[in-house]
Design a protein around this ligand. Structure first.
Ligand code: HEM
Length: 281
């Protein structure tokens, strides 16, 4: 940043206050837009933090999708260090995302009820950016596009993400290029379908984990992916526990069985063979 000089030649100690139009900060950050997107639906003072936490999480989802898409592209081009950098950034971001549960983690049913009815049928289940995260992790599902039929841009982005290789698909293709026996049925799979665990892929990870120094960069990649998987699982569990506290076994605003449905979602392992291979090493 430029700094005005005073008579002695030293830098002036007052910041520049004089801008012809909006400030350069505003031009870059668009803070005025960001801080006027809080359209509350109730008079309850607790609704503000519920809405802002949800918006903050949406922003983190956006950053994490960006990192994982960067990592997937780098893997496709055999640029493993660049992929590792993006994945490691995403770990710190996932930690920040998970920390943002704190303001909502201890909501009582009465507090949540104060604005819950104002949410109508709105539910995080309809979050397109969360769905893109899940698609990148390999959890594809065409039916998850249905809620977005009325929003052409969002629908097109999700459709593209559904058809593209996930981050995990790119990892498995890399392992195959490095001479590991990833079966053709996995490499040529229908990318728009949910990734199903494969015994042969489990054997590949078992081999890599049994000899960490053999292809050390691939072993390190496996560990960073395991960190990602663990932090995603922690987000799902924090969400589950916050939901249990705030609404018990009531039906969700999105129409699901609520906690029972979330329990099932939280049970699924991200990058499944990275977990099951550990039993065989
Ligand atoms: C304590 C407050 C919260 C409660 C009680 C709650 C409750 C629920 C429930 C019951 C569901 C299941 C679908 C449904 O029927 O609605 C759900 C899904 C979901 N919620 Fe929340 N939620 C809360 C906060 C949040 C926040 C802050 C976010 C951040 C964006 C969020 C994101 C999601 C997502 C992404 C799903 C879909 C999960 C999946 O597809 O596996 N939730 N939530």
């Amino acid at each position: 940043m430029s700094q005005a000089l005073d008579a002695s030649g030293a830098g002036s100690d007052t910041p520049n206050l004089d801008f012809a139009g909006t400030t350069p900060y505003e031009d870059y950050v668009q803070a005025d837009v960001l801080t006027h997107l809080q359209h509350l639906r109730s008079d309850d003072p607790g609704e503000m933090v519920f809405l802002v936490t949800t918006q903050v999480m949406e922003l983190w989802f956006t950053v994490i999708v960006h990192e994982w898409e960067t990592a997937a592209k780098a893997l496709r081009e055999d640029r493993i260090p660049a992929a590792m950098d993006a994945l490691k950034r995403s770990l710190r971001e996932l930690e920040a995302l998970n920390a943002s549960w704190r303001p909502l983690a201890q909501l009582t049913p009465a507090q949540f009820n104060s604005y819950r009815s104002a949410l109508g049928e709105g539910s995080g289940f309809q979050s397109a950016m969360y769905r893109r995260m899940e698609f990148l992790l390999g959890d594809k599902s065409a039916s998850m596009l249905v809620p977005h039929r009325g929003a052409p841009r969002v629908h097109a982005e999700l459709e593209k993400a559904l058809q593209e290789p996930s981050l995990y698909d790119e990892v498995l293709r890399l392992l195959a290029r490095r001479g590991l026996p990833v079966p053709a049925s996995v490499l040529d799979r229908d990318l728009s379908q949910r990734y199903e665990p494969s015994p042969q892929v489990e054997a590949v990870w078992t081999e890599l984990y049994a000899d960490p120094d053999g292809q050390a960069d691939l072993h390190r990649l496996g560990e960073v992916l395991t960190d990602v998987a663990e932090l995603v699982w922690r987000w799902r569990n924090d969400h589950l526990v916050a939901t249990r506290r705030a609404m018990g076994a009531k039906t969700g605003t999105g129409g699901s069985a609520g906690v029972t449905w979330l329990e099932k979602r939280a049970q699924k392992n991200v990058f499944p063979e990275l977990w099951t291979a550990r039993s065989h090493v």
